[in-house]
Ligand binder design. Sequence first.
Ligand code: ZN
Length: 250
Amino acid sequence: MQISPGLYRHYKGGEYFVYRIATHSETNESLVVYRCLYGDFSWWVRPLTMFTESVTLEAGQQPRFAFVCPMSVNEAERRASGESLEVQASAEDARFMAEAIKLAERASDNDEVPVGAVVVQDGQIVGRGYNRPIGGCDPTAHAEMMALREAARHLQNYRLNDCTLYVTLEPCTMCVGAMVHSRIGRLVFGANEPKAGVVQSQAQLLEAPHFNHQICVTPGVERAACQAQLQGFFKRRRAEKKRDGADKLD
Ligand SMILES: [Zn+2]
């Protein structure tokens, strides 16, 4: 069985879990790499054969493994050493980020900070959201929360293990919490949020060992476009405020 390095979902105990498959740098063997939360080892490596049998589900005979997204071999080797949970972006990632950027534009049209998000399962968008805390009188109405809610409603399942969340801006503490509760498999984000971002900028919450769920992260997808959208919004707002101030003086 030929398996390329990348992310795969694995059916276990009635749920899909997302794992990384890497190539061992010395033996060239394909391995399942995942973080162990107990004992002294921070990373565990298991032979792939343990995960490749088929399993009978309600929908019929299903493979235990299903491909989620690719990783280059070098990338895989780096992962196998347990350095980071980041995964390379694909052309599909750019396509779904473009959808999130379109949704962010709707927030901007309503005078809200332009952040957009989509949740994707098997190449299909199952949840959409854009930032609307002011209009919705809802401090939790961040793009990620809206997209996760819609996806869970659509799939009739509060667990989103085999889904990817795409968002134009690095998530905040609340949204990281919601992602862990939803057991989302993967996060792809665009621009960094230096003040409130807790995936890379202010903290690396997803690396925290007390979370019993691991989320693979791909940062910086369509970063320039996401940043330009936010900068354009704040520039326009500053200009409007200045103009309003000048009107009052007249
Ligand atoms: Zn948030």
